[in-house]
Design a binder for this molecule. Structure first.
Ligand code: C2O
Ligand code: CU
Ligand code: CU
Length: 490
């Protein structure tokens, strides 16, 4: 009886939610700032240009490794409160690592023993720091069990035992991840190895090898970007009205008249990006989440879900000095490349990059199912919402498993919602999407992949690190609402 009442109340919440969602999306926000599109996303107004003056793209600093031993690397990160002017003349409160917004880039080498001391200098927030994409034991992974109280520190130690890749780090406290990431806590984590040394591709950090942390923020009429969730955010995750790259609205980057390597991270809370260059200029994707692809994939459009990474090569050698190219999401530009007259070093797109040894599905000890279900406050996986004291899946150390992830969420209600699936501590290979082989740019190592409504994605991984890890939807509002579970490897 009580249970029925619960279901009725939950259904009512969902119905009211859907009603509000439709209502809010069709309503124009009053008192718009002249510069910034203020309407809710997902409709035409979403494509409006942000017209604040372009400013140079900030390049995050490389974090100093304080160890003298080449086999070791030691870093220090401080999570701290800050402030930042996103819009001219309007300073707002932010959070950052060792700075006001975002964090430095940590660069390590395969084989190194790494230790990172994380100080929580935030005023009142408990935080954690999670190494997204890293293969390491659960104790050092920085999930919700590794909370650092304000004023305290935590040291994470691990050995790098995976190929060159562009990973990242961000907080992971229970129910607060969305807010802390939105405020600015996130940074990139590069692994280099002999292969990445040897490849003839751009490697000069900040010159021809540049990180682009792509996010969206919702500025209100006052220029604030508060983390106040309204019903559409609870349903779809917080989607902003303004794109930012490395923390800057409408940035430009001067590039040589040659090859650029761009390391893209979708660092947004919820939005899926459809990226392309002006004139549908072609580019080559060379790496996915967990490292290099076997060979470069030529493309003119790249879809990047929350938390996914892609490294791309863009050739500006055919451009005239002074010419520009834009980077667009869903048809509207948010960043400009200005081509200089310096040709830089000459590069060609390599014909091959690495060997990704295919994991044999016959070696899988089990197939495990994960089903995204529910909407808004009811989002769950396999009918369960996150419980910190409950282990949902038990795995045997060293086993290979197939994870079959499907999306029944919101089915029959509207068109359903896409959910990016992510698991900690392992890198996967996608076997198939609805029985079909993955696209060439998804054929390498993946730790996060989109699962569309009604779709079933099969991925395979070998679990070589012990401990308790999370799997979850990487729409941070869904994760915070409980669309997360725990697996233990032992
Ligand atoms: Cu990017 Cu559980 O994290
Ligand atoms: Cu992760
Ligand atoms: Cu989700």
């Amino acid at each position: 009886m009580k249970k029925n009442l619960g279901i009725i109340i939950a259904s009512l919440i969902v119905i009211i939610g859907v009603f509000l969602l439709v209502f809010l999306q069709n309503r124009n926000m009053p008192g718009q700032l002249p510069d910034v599109s203020m309407t809710e996303p997902t409709e035409e107004a979403d494509k409006e240009q942000v017209t604040i003056e372009p400013s140079p793209l900030p390049i995050p600093p490389l974090l100093e490794d304080t160890s003298n031993d080449p086999d070791k690397a030691e870093f220090e990160l401080n999570a701290q409160n800050g402030s930042k002017e996103f819009l001219p003349g309007k300073e707002i409160e932010t959070m950052g690592y060792n700075g006001d917004y975002l964090g430095p880039v940590i660069q390590v080498r395969k084989g190194q023993d790494v230790s990172v001391e994380v100080n929580n200098d935030l005023q009142d927030d408990l935080t954690t720091i999670h190494w997204h994409g890293l293969e390491l034991d659960g104790e050092n992974d920085g999930g919700p069990h590794s909370g650092i109280q304000a004023g305290e520190s935590w040291t994470s130690e691990f050995t790098i035992d995976q190929p060159a890749s562009t990973l990242w780090f961000h907080p992971h406290p229970e129910e607060q991840t969305g807010r802390q990431v939105y405020k600015g806590l996130a940074g990139l984590f590069y692994i280099e190895d002999e292969e990445s040394d040897q490849l003839d591709i751009p490697k000069d950090y900040g010159e021809n090898d540049v990180p682009l942390v792509i996010q969206d923020r919702r500025f209100d009429t006052e220029g604030n970007a508060d983390y106040d969730l309204v019903m559409p955010d609870v349903m779809n995750g917080l989607q902003g009205n303004t794109m930012i790259v490395n923390g800057e609205i409408n940035p430009y980057l001067e590039v040589p008249q040659g090859m650029m390597r761009l390391r893209l991270l979708n660092g947004s809370n919820a939005r899926v990006y459809e990226l392309n260059l002006s004139n549908n200029e072609i580019f080559h994707q060379i790496a996915s989440d967990g490292g290099f692809l076997e060979e470069p994939v030529e493309m003119d459009e790249l879809r990047l879900g929350p938390a996914e990474r892609a490294e791309i090569l863009v050739d500006f050698s055919q451009f005239e000095a002074g010419e520009t190219a834009k980077l667009l999401n869903d048809g509207s530009d948010f960043m400009t490349f200005v081509v200089g007259n310096d040709e830089g070093e000459e590069f060609e797109v390599p014909s091959e990059l690495t060997e990704v040894e295919k994991i044999d599905p016959d070696e899988a000890a089990t197939t495990r199912e994960f089903v995204f279900q529910g909407m808004g406050p009811n989002v769950n996986i396999n009918g369960k919402q996150m419980e910190i004291d409950r282990i949902d899946e038990e795995l045997e150390l060293g086993n290979t498993e197939i994870w079959e992830v499907s999306n029944d969420s919101g089915m029959g209600m509207m068109n359903g919602t896409v959910h990016p699936f992510h698991a900690h501590g392992a890198q996967f290979q996608i076997l198939d999407r609805d029985g079909k082989a993955p696209a060439a740019n998804e054929a390498g190592w993946k730790d996060t992949f989109l699962v569309y409504p009604g779709e079933k994605v099969r991925a395979i991984a070998t679990f070589e690190d012990p401990g308790v890890f999370m799997y979850h939807c990487h729409i941070l509002e869904h994760e915070d609402a409980g669309m997360m579970g725990q697996f233990e490897v032992k």
